[in-house]
Design a protein around this ligand. Structure first.
Ligand code: GLN
Length: 282
């Protein structure tokens, strides 16, 4: 827990540093991008995906779309309602696109492919309840934060796991490449983790006894528990985080415009309204 907070503090320090003095982080240490295009499972909204969308970030001035990569199995931030991707992120992105005079196009892909897609310019932004971390800041930039979250622990009702410390030696389910995965790997060891491509699948594994606990962001955790009998979210949180929008490092102009749009949406209460619509008790 303490370690987690340090990780967050370090990540935030880097964001601040970059915001204030424009610290120059090297790109060449970047992990190779996943083949994001291969993992795109669907594309929704207005404009069909064309070669143009894969154009480099510096050609953005001619673009009419804002292409957003997400992983749409993360309610209430992004999920399918009928054929459409909805949720807090989808609505905020729609309004940002509108303010930028662009049409939003959402590409649904594996969570682990999003950073690579932003880095290579296959998409303009990554918005997926994505936590700002030091590692991610090596390859992409982040907008200002628009939400805070905590990593929560889900267990079966009646489980003997009551705090994060009780997870030692247990089988832990996580969503691959997420901060839950990264932190739990460090704290509990690779051999104790089972990785799933969707949070939903990790929760299904918990319900059927394949894993003893799932570490995942708190709001999705509440949604998953509400949809599955016999599960509960522990009261203790595992790590605190900030969500922000990932942008290509070469696209400072877009990042600044997004930050300006976010500032307006925060100031006029729009973001609070969207959050209240999807998280009524907040
Ligand atoms: N907030 C977590 C992360 O950024 C999980 C995000 C997600 O699964 N969509 O890694």
């Amino acid at each position: 827990m303490i370690k987690m907070k340090k990780i967050l503090a370090a990540a935030l320090a880097v964001v601040m540093c970059m915001a204030i003095v424009g610290c120059d982080k090297k790109d060449d240490t970047a992990a190779p991008a996943d083949s994001a295009a291969d993992s795109v499972v669907s594309s929704v909204e207005q404009t069909p995906a064309t070669e143009d969308n894969a154009d480099k970030a510096d050609e953005k001035t001619t673009k009419t779309t804002l292409v957003m990569a997400t992983n749409a199995s993360f309610p209430p931030y992004e999920y399918y309602e009928n054929e459409k991707i909805v949720g807090i992120d989808a609505e905020i992105a729609e309004l940002i696109a509108e303010k930028l005079g662009l049409t939003l196009e959402i590409k649904d892909m594996e969570f682990g492919s999003i950073i690579g897609a932003v880095q290579t310019g296959t998409v303009d932004i990554g918005m997926a309840g994505m936590t700002v971390t030091e590692e991610r800041l090596v390859t992409v930039d982040f907008s200002d934060s628009y939400a805070t979250a905590v990593q929560a622990i889900i267990v079966k009702e009646g489980s003997d796991i009551q705090t994060a410390d009780d997870l030692q030696g247990k089988k832990i389910g996580v969503q691959e490449s997420t901060t839950g995965d990264i932190y739990a790997t460090g704290d509990f060891g690779d051999e104790n983790l089972k990785r799933f491509s969707k949070g939903n699948d990790a929760v299904a594994a918990l319900a059927s006894g394949i894993v003893d606990a799932v570490i995942i962001d708190n709001e999705p955790a509440k949604n998953y528990v509400a949809a599955n009998d016999g599960l509960k979210v522990l009261d203790t949180s595992y790590a605190e985080e900030e969500y922000a929008i990932a942008v290509n490092k070469d696209n400072t102009d877009l990042k600044e415009k997004i930050n300006a749009a976010l500032a307006e949406l925060k100031a006029d209460g729009t973001i609070d309204k969207i959050v209240a619509k999807y998280i009524p008790e907040k």
